[in-house]
Design a protein around this ligand. Structure first.
Ligand code: SF4
Length: 246
């Protein structure tokens, strides 16, 4: 795919959704970190349902440690792998208190050293909470990048590296959300919604779903917004909010 096509793809995705947001509901970098850890191999919706009850009770490392692993499990038992995740969250809280004064670190090395935090989670936190131009490659983004030949790669790291290399600078901040949301709601795994896709004429996938031509106007409404805002995050953090791979 050439540079002009890539630019036009992101221009249209931006036009359709100028201010993309994470679908995880959170109010602080710590809540975001916990939500992303819980979201591995689970839907954002299931995480939001659990954290809507958990965070009003405990939304700091100290409060979650005081809550304890067993009671935490009760709050998140509807989420897949909840026991392992509860264990990681408790260990993560202990690490944050012991090594980072209870704050979420804003560098990759420190984030990836936390229990249950891998490269993808670190990328989400760096991008969404701290406004860094990172790209977290989840299953939707990985599929999309390969399917349409935007940034082909055999593994998520290769796709991430390709995207960082090829995405025009002005789109880097929100590229991760635009692509994840497009993959989640339009370029779906089973039956991509090509007839309603705003980038259909640019996409290089050879087996598009047949139907009517793509709409002339962008469909901003196809990406739902989160129910809860991020009021508790400083403005510089809020600007960078952007999503994650399951
Ligand atoms: S045209 Fe179809 S395959 Fe291409 S990006 Fe759009 S939904 Fe995906």
């Amino acid at each position: 795919m050439n540079a002009q096509k890539r630019f036009e793809i992101f221009r249209r995705l931006r036009e359709a959704n100028p201010d993309p947001r994470s679908e995880l509901v959170y109010a602080t970098p710590f809540e975001l970190l916990v939500a992303v850890v819980l979201s591995a191999q689970a839907t954002d919706k299931s995480v939001n349902l659990a954290t809507a009850k958990l965070f009003p009770v405990a939304n700091t490392p100290r409060a979650l440690l005081d809550l304890g692993q067993q009671r935490l499990e009760e709050y998140i038992k509807t989420i897949g792998l909840y026991r392992a995740k509860a264990k990681n969250v408790i260990a993560l809280c202990a690490d944050l208190l012991a090594k980072h004064d209870g704050q979420v670190p804003r560098d990759r090395e420190s984030l990836e050293a936390l229990p249950g935090v891998g490269r993808k989670t670190a990328n989400v936190v760096l991008n969404v909470a701290f406004g860094e131009p990172t790209i977290a490659v989840d299953t939707h983004l990985f599929r999309l990048a390969n399917r349409i030949n935007l940034a082909p790669g055999k593994d998520v790291l290769k796709v991430e590296q390709q995207l960082l290399k090829f995405v025009p600078t002005e789109f880097l901040q929100h590229a991760h959300h635009w692509l994840i949301l497009h993959g989640r709601y339009v370029c779906k795994a089973q039956k991509p919604d090509c007839p309603r896709c705003v980038i259909a004429d640019l996409c290089e996938y050879r087996h598009k779903t047949p139907g009517e031509s793509a709409p002339a106007q962008p469909r901003a409404s196809m990406h739902p917004r989160p129910a809860r805002k991020t009021e508790a995050i400083a403005p510089s953090h809020r600007r960078g909010r952007v999503a994650r791979p399951t």
